[in-house]
Write a protein that binds this ligand. Sequence first.
Ligand code: FAD
Ligand code: FES
Ligand code: MG
Length: 288
Amino acid sequence: MNRIIEKKQLSAEVFEMVVEAPRIARSRRAGQFVIIQIDTEWGERIPLTIADADAELGTLTLVFQTVGATTHKLAVKAPGAYIENILGPLGNPTHVENFGAVVCVGGGIGVAPLFPIVQAMKDAGNHVSVIIGARNKDLVIFEDRMRRFADELTVVTDDGSYGKKAVVTVPLRDYCAATPKPNLTVAIGPPIMMKFCEKTTAEFDVPLMVSLNTIMIDGTGMCGGCRVTVGNETKFVCIDGPEFDGHHVDFDNMMFRMRSYREREDSDHHKCHLELGLEPIQAAGGAK
Ligand code: FAD
Ligand code: FES
Ligand code: MG
């Protein structure tokens, strides 16, 4: 049982929670994640990246977007309540060294998992440029925190309500086309965004590291739910990742697999809204 210490709403759909998990807080490293279960009898298991941790206080910071049933149920929990189960730290830590110039791109909720990587890259002596992308101003998160570590920060929104009106690949292209080129780029966000970051960086022959957010169940390499194709090989994101060379990931196959349970997810999401007294949703897959 892990107690929720603090909860903040960062935007209309994004929440930050500080939870007690002393052993994980002491051992976690940048790039790792946990799998949480809100209730052990019926609750599904969902992976969330460790956005930050305090080893002395024994706490983890999780940042999540309310996209479906489980994240909505988590969002209504108040400080003092418990998450029944937190498993971790899982996944391989980010490979951090002094690469030189690193450009880090975060889209939507991907900005939260990017934060510990930006911190670690800066601590290793890199010149770190950060690009934050969001659909609109209300969905921009972590700007102040990023500013503390980034040598340069660019914010873009799809509708131009904040920062530049652009998608993240526009400033990313500018960095890649400059001389000297970045030594490494890192992208975390929706699969479609990572796919286009791959195309942009490939054009200039710039290395790209991505952190994949496939469906996960056990998180220990047993179920196969998280499998992806990387360079014609099958990899399990939970134990081989979550970070991979973006130039070898089959993003189309990954996106196809992530839609596998859409109908059931929409139905659960709809039921959850009714249970929580929220507006009923009419999701793409047809809520029942
Ligand atoms: P649902 O309606 O059930 O699903 C909505 C979408 O979320 C699905 O279409 C699918 O794409 C994805 N999803 C559903 N179930 C799972 C599952 N068991 N595992 C993975 N994806 C799933 N989200 C954040 O908001 N913050 C994070 O820090 C974060 N870190 C992640 C780290 C990793 C390594 C991975 C793999 C995913 C991460 N995610 C993160 C995604 C998060 O796990 C999903 O948004 C969440 O599981 C959705 O659950 P739901 O029941 O609310 O929504
Ligand atoms: Fe089951 Fe990766 S989540 S093998
Ligand atoms: Mg779900």
